[in-house]
Design a protein around this ligand. Structure first.
Ligand SMILES: Nc1ncnc2c1ncn2[C@@H]1O[C@H](COP(=O)(O)OP(=O)(O)OP(=O)(O)O)[C@@H](O)[C@H]1O
Ligand SMILES: [Mg+2]
Length: 358
């Protein structure tokens, strides 16, 4: 996957722009509030997903302007494509001259992964973020899995409601039995798919983390949950029934599982330094894209917003100069970081003006 050219007009604070990145690493640098993240956001919109900052379309249009126009030319596995987004009262999406129903029509045409600073919470926060990461990653490869995830959370909600009502209406026990049977099956599927995905992800994350740390640290990812050890979710539900009735909630299962991240044998969440936590989150993102490449043959473009701060020179050098065979876009503020780039392109952004540097 390669973005060849991006043209912008009326987008955020950016001046009318033609941006021509190279096929390797592209660094976008400048002071705070100049428009670096805005440029990444513009690239990202061609993935067919919503803004990674959660912005509404209207917020993307430059203040005081009626519409924004974004044009991209990109090469994917099959061909060179031209896509065009017009943001106004309504959004119009064109791909190779054909009008699409919406931005979702671009899904899978231009593939990208983005690392924004908020992604650090995958290491720093509680297990929910990590479960969501696993489920979303599986969905990228198997879109039908989204149905299982939705059904699972609906059934868990139903069951928790039932656990509360059963105290007043013992005839509801039969319903609980029926629900548990279905829940057991869906839960097992979820745990199985997460673990299948992890089997593919772990070697990729390992390799990248080793590179980032110059071979001085080792990362370990482990799926932690009670389901498998109990012989399936159905069996776990049975075992926990009494406890669940007392607690009036489903105390164990795929909705409580975690992806444990260890660096040098200790929890990255509890003990990792800032640089280690950032490196772990980056390794997960790069790993995700490597699995996509292996499974779909398509290397997504990688967008890294503000990842360099807190990383030492060695780790920065690895990202800038040792990531092969992928197009990467990196924003940063520090000119010293930019100086470390040996190949690739450099672009300065100043007050919304996009200035290529030679
Ligand atoms: N719709 C819009 N119209 C005009 N300007 C906007 C719009 N949306 C955002 N901006 C402005 O764009 C500016 C640059 O934002 P951006 O997030 O790209 O900065 P940045 O270069 O990434 O800075 P930092 O280094 O602090 O992350 C902000 O100051 C913001 O006010
Ligand atoms: Mg920014």
């Amino acid at each position: 996957m390669k973005l060849n050219e991006l043209r912008l007009k009326g987008f955020r604070n950016l001046a009318e722009t033609v941006y021509t990145p190279g096929e390797g690493v592209n660094v976008i640098y400048g002071e705070n509030a100049q428009g670096k993240t805005n440029l990444l956001e513009a690239v990202w919109l061609f993935s067919g997903m919503r803004s990674f900052r959660g912005a509404k379309d209207q917020e993307l249009i430059a203040f005081g302007t009626p519409f924004a126009k974004l044009k991209a030319s990109f090469t994917n596995e099959t061909r060179e494509n031209k896509a065009e987004l017009t943001l106004a009262d309504k959004k119009t999406v064109l791909l190779n001259g054909v009008k699409l129903g919406g931005a979702a029509g671009l899904l899978g045409k231009f593939s990208a992964v983005v690392f924004a600073p908020s992604f650090l919470s995958i290491v720093k926060s509680g297990p929910e973020e990590r479960r969501r990461f696993l489920d979303a990653s599986v969905c990228q490869l198997k879109p039908a899995f989204a149905g299982a995830v939705t059904e699972f959370s609906r059934l868990i909600k139903q069951r928790n409601a039932l656990l509360k009502d059963v105290a007043f209406e013992s005839s509801l026990y039969d319903m609980l039995d029926v629900l548990d049977e279905r829940l057991g099956a869906v839960g097992d599927k979820i745990v199985e798919e997460r673990n299948n995905y992890l089997t593919r992800l772990i070697p990729q994350v390992d390799e990248i983390y080793t590179g980032l740390s110059g071979g001085r640290e080792k990362i370990r990812l482990t799926y932690v949950g009670k389901t498998q050890a109990s012989g399936g979710f159905g069996a776990l539900l049975k075992k926990n029934r009494r406890e669940d009735l007392l607690a009036k909630t489903t105390t164990g299962g795929p909705h409580r599982d975690d992806l444990e991240i260890l660096i040098g044998g200790v929890s990255a969440r509890a003990f990792g330094s800032q640089g280690q936590q950032r490196s772990a989150a980056l390794a997960l993102k790069f790993g995700e894209s490597a699995v996509l490449l292996a499974e779909t043959g398509e290397t997504p473009v990688i967008l890294l917003d503000d990842v360099m701060s807190e990383l030492d020179a060695r780790r920065q050098d690895f990202i800038l100069n040792h990531i092969r065979d992928r197009q990467v876009f990196i924003t940063c503020c520090d000119p010293e970081t930019v100086g470390r780039l040996t190949g690739g392109t450099k672009t300065r952004i100043e007050k919304g003006r996009v200035i290529p540097c030679t």
